[in-house]
Design a protein around this ligand. Structure first.
Ligand SMILES: Nc1ncnc2c1ncn2[C@@H]1O[C@H](COP(=O)(O)OP(=O)(O)O)[C@@H](O)[C@H]1O
Ligand SMILES: [Mg+2]
Length: 313
């Protein structure tokens, strides 16, 4: 396995066959800097690229992120997850937002064990806290209000941004997709989610300020790419689109012109059934499988499955 010192950038070919731990410490022979190495579950990047050329990626971790609130991040996480599960994919949803909307929208208590509680207990493996939902193939790692303490207790620790990534390594092989719902701000949760993800989905309504939001996320992704030395694919999902609104249509065209093939072909239009389904805590597919939004989310799931493979993180 190729490892790189995060201080002097010296690279080593390390034999990890006798190491059982997922995360272990090494010391750089050049600069004597100690750093953590996470054992890769996949072959190294080049080999992965060659072996997976043209094939669907395994174990995709997708962060659903936008620094604006109310842009359909949680709705996308829930309904894309549900649609992927209906296509027979094994899906884990991670509620990484203190508001716990994803948790409650699946009918769980907003006081279930969260990522914060897992860290506090000192456990590495999150699987005992993963809850099976009432829908086949769909599980969730819930959130609760104690997630607000993550920043206070963990944000200033070394390598805090890898806490989620390292814990997901324990469960990643069990799922085809892990979807991360993030809060509308750049902080502990969003940084951890971006570090853990190999793809970012940016739900964006066609509003004037949305384009700035996309640029902001692009900038953050670039920083994460630089820090981790790996490519993170990102895609823009037009959400809550109102085709009858002229302003919406103009901004839609602008987003497409500006971001080209980064914009997914599937568009999620405004659909009152989305709000209704939320009131009764159901994914829209369960609420009304034939409504436009339900069909669009199924189409989105198929498009996500057909995207080119991403690098393992
Ligand atoms: N396609 C849609 N049509 C109509 N309402 C929607 C649609 N998508 C999401 N919503 C509604 O918009 C609101 C914000 O969505 P939410 O997913 O909570 O956003 P975020 O997680 O980005 O804050 C919710 O009330 C949700 O029901
Ligand atoms: Mg949300």
């Amino acid at each position: 396995m190729i490892i790189q010192c995060d201080k002097c950038k010296s690279r080593y070919n390390l034999d990890v066959s006798g190491i059982s731990k997922a995360v272990f410490k090494v010391r750089c022979a050049q600069c004597n800097h100690g750093f953590e190495v996470r054992k890769k579950l996949e072959p190294d990047a080049e080999l992965f690229r060659r072996e997976n050329a043209g094939a669907a990626a395994l174990h995709q971790v997708i962060a659903i992120s936008n620094q604006k609130g109310g842009v359909a991040k949680t709705s996308t996480c829930l309904n894309l997850g549900m649609s992927l599960a209906q296509l027979g994919k094994k899906v884990l949803l991670v509620d990484f937002d203190v508001q716990a909307n994803l948790t409650t929208s699946l009918g769980f208590s907003s006081n279930s064990t969260s990522f914060y509680d897992i860290l506090q207990s000192g456990a590495d493996n999150p699987s005992p806290h993963v809850l099976a939902t009432r829908y086949p193939n769909l599980s969730i790692l819930p959130a609760n209000s104690r997630m607000a303490l993550l920043t206070k207790h963990y944000m200033y620790r070394p390598n805090f941004e890898f806490l989620l990534r390292d814990r997901l390594q324990w469960v990643i092989e069990r799922y085809d997709f892990i979807l991360l719902d993030t809060p509308p701000a750049l902080g502990f949760c969003t940084l951890n989610a971006l570090m853990a993800a190999n793809r970012v989905l940016i739900p964006t309504p066609c509003e004037y300020l949305s384009m700035h939001g996309i640029h902001k996320i692009e900038d953050i992704i670039k920083v994460v790419q630089k820090k981790t030395g790996r490519e993170i694919d990102y895609r823009i999902l037009i959400s809550m689109h109102d085709p009858r609104s002229t302003a919406s249509k103009v901004i839609f065209r602008k987003i497409r012109d500006m971001f080209g093939d980064k914009v997914l072909n599937t568009v999620i239009e405004l659909d009152e059934k989305m709000r209704e389904s939320q009131i009764v805590n159901l994914p829209v597919l369960q609420y009304d499988a034939n409504c436009p939004a339900a069909r669009e989310f199924m189409q989105l799931a198929r498009e996500v499955c057909s995207l080119p493979p991403t690098m393992p993180c």
